[in-house]
Ligand binder design. Sequence first.
Ligand SMILES: *Cc1c(COP(=O)(O)O)cnc(C)c1O
Length: 318
Amino acid sequence: MAEQGGHPTYLWWNGERRRWEDATVHVTELGWSTVGAVFEGIRAYWDDRTEELHVFRLREHLERLARSMKMVRLDLHYPVDELSETILDLLRANEVREDTYIRPLAYSADTSGKRFAQLGHQAALLINTSPMPSHLLSGTTQTAKVSSWRRVSDETMPPRIKNLSNYRNGQLAGMEARLDGYDTAFLINAGGTVAEAPGACVMLVRDGRLITPDVTSSILESITRDALMVLAREVLGLEVVERQVDRTELYLADEVFTCGTAAEITPIVGVDKYDVGSGEIGPVTRELEQVFHDVLRGREERYAGWRTPVGVTAAAAV
Ligand SMILES: *Cc1c(COP(=O)(O)O)cnc(C)c1O
């Protein structure tokens, strides 16, 4: 069954597929258990033409999970290939036929009351799925404010991995922006240049070039950012530049957008009350959204290697 009472039938927890209702922890586990957690955010896209669900860059996401776990000293007890099969099985078991978010979460079990991570703690691993419709090509736009909060720096927290605690930084910036009447924020790093938005990387277009902060600008090593750089170069024929980006470049850019698994491509039409370009979605952003959409839904053969077909329809027919 796909949905019952607003949640999928199954999730996967510590080596077993379980019914949603049966996967519970004691209330005293709330708190420290997820301070040291790392996670992944993966999307699967449904294509109604072929009745197929495609997971985007599954292996790269799981390899990044392994790197995040290494960084925070949590042991991953499952090979990447096995986890990939686990995720495909879960999507088939839940009979998913819509755009979906897949979230593996690794944390240390049995930490209740222990403020400081004990080495050698057993790593627990949860994988759950939830519906997440795409907003690509919908015309959705955002305005942004350069936050007064700085992006966590590599000297204090590891910005390049999906460390759950880093999210407090993005939340504070996002809340400040919304209270001030903007949709999202841009965080400047400790070096004074542009890092990223809460949970999404930043790209700008100026004079026909695509520019994005480099991986030592305190950004997360984003898989979407990587994919869009490839598509911009190979499909749109743009020059792509990774370098430090100044705050004022955001104000003078022809186009700005954020990108990430959740953000997909989100056009930014104003920054600190400066219109970005004409204040509307720009042509490069539009074109990139179209190409990215076609890749994600399985309508562009060139990047088929980035997609894992789930076989939901075939599984249901058996
Ligand atoms: C996940 C994430 C991103 C986007 O990375 P993707 O791999 O493209 O999903 C950007 N910034 C932060 C802080 C993130 O956690």
